[in-house]
Design a protein around this ligand. Sequence first.
Ligand code: ARG
Ligand code: ZN
Length: 472
Amino acid sequence: MRRPLVATAVAMALTVPLLAAPPALADRYDPGSTSGGDPYFPAAGNGGYDVSHYDLGLSYDPATGRLDGTAVISLTATADLDSFSLDLRRLTATSVLVDGKRATFEQLPPDGSGLGGELVVRTRPKLKAGSTHTVTVVYGGVPGRPVDSGGELYGFVSTPDGALVASEPEGAATWFPVNDVPTDKATYDFRITVPEGKTAIANGEPVGTPTTTGGRTTFVWRASDPMASYLATASIGDYTTTTSTGPHGLPIIDFVERDLTAAARAQTLASLALQPRMITFFEGIYGPYPFTSYGSIVDDDGVGYALETQTRPVYSRTASETTVAHELAHQWVGNSVTLEQWRDIWLNEGFATYSQWLWTESRGGATVQQRFDTVYRTAATSTLWSVPPGDPGAADLFARSTYDRGAAALQALRVEIGDPAFFAVLRAWTTENADGNVTTADFVALSERISGQQLDAFFQAWIYAPVKPTSW
Ligand code: ARG
Ligand code: ZN
């Protein structure tokens, strides 16, 4: 599924859209790339600009599955541009304004795999490198139930009573026009209109109280910390809302679907009740909680997994204690400190899994070393070892290797450099890179700096080699 995607997207990136005849030299066409340059997902993201803010006005009808939106995107050109593109998949744009003026645009169809999809906007006059602009896109359509390159539901997933929105890695384009790469972090405002009685939940905090007119209610949310597009959510359903307070007065707002089974509800509420203590625990490891609020969304319909959507993770059907610890830890490792390229996924999943192990140990459960021993006992023939966590391939982004081998690598590092250096590395990682983007090379460099040890062979064995590490 992933090979044809690469080939088509590269071909797409080389295509100059919109022009029937080649331009005269004096009128040279100066397009921003339709690729963000990630080798795993070349169709995602774009070149030539940097987004600072998305203002998303959304209206959703669960009965028909139709989503209508107006996206107001604030961006800065990073090159002289007479066209640029946004990722937008299977939704139809009906008008595009650049700085309030009507612009010509074209939608390139998704490639054969169903992924991809570009909204190419032509700008006259050219956008000058360094100048800032407002792009308004009116669009709509039926997102349906999109599937990612690993075959799992993701993006804007319609459910019988609403929608569950979980867009990792590049599914944000299924619900808004976006520069869908983790390096282009932005702030977000959401205004989501749904039938009266439904609740719409996004990242950050509610602004004002919901307003109802003509049987439709509008919920306003603001996410004021920089956020990668895959971490945005706008989940809709029949939820009960609980507000509580975490450490330092941090607002915690939880949403639990009304129709959860009794067993799922009991487990979920017990897990969510631990969130304040978990925040304090992870602050002890990673430093202050990085965002302005927290809370969870637990939906009775599912995508089959949970996602660490920023400030407000989503859970499918139930939220176990270990999963709640995992998604909370991602707020530091993944959300504040974000991978630069998807091949470095272990920087998200290995770290969140390790954090979850630390939490379990602190509760008197299995020790982290016991968890390491269990993983290390896995037979050498397992895909745990043939898939390297530092370059698993797009289809294996969420394979066991990136979680368990990634976490085991951290425990091996801890034994290698000792507790004081190891925990100093973890804390420096999250405090020095807060709100930033990182690579595995950055982590190797930091570990070597703090430990004073040469660790190339160690990381080669644990992160890059497609075989079980036996010496390091
Ligand atoms: N990052 C999520 C977690 O570990 C998993 C996301 C899985 N995404 C997917 N498209 N299958 O909690
Ligand atoms: Zn995770």
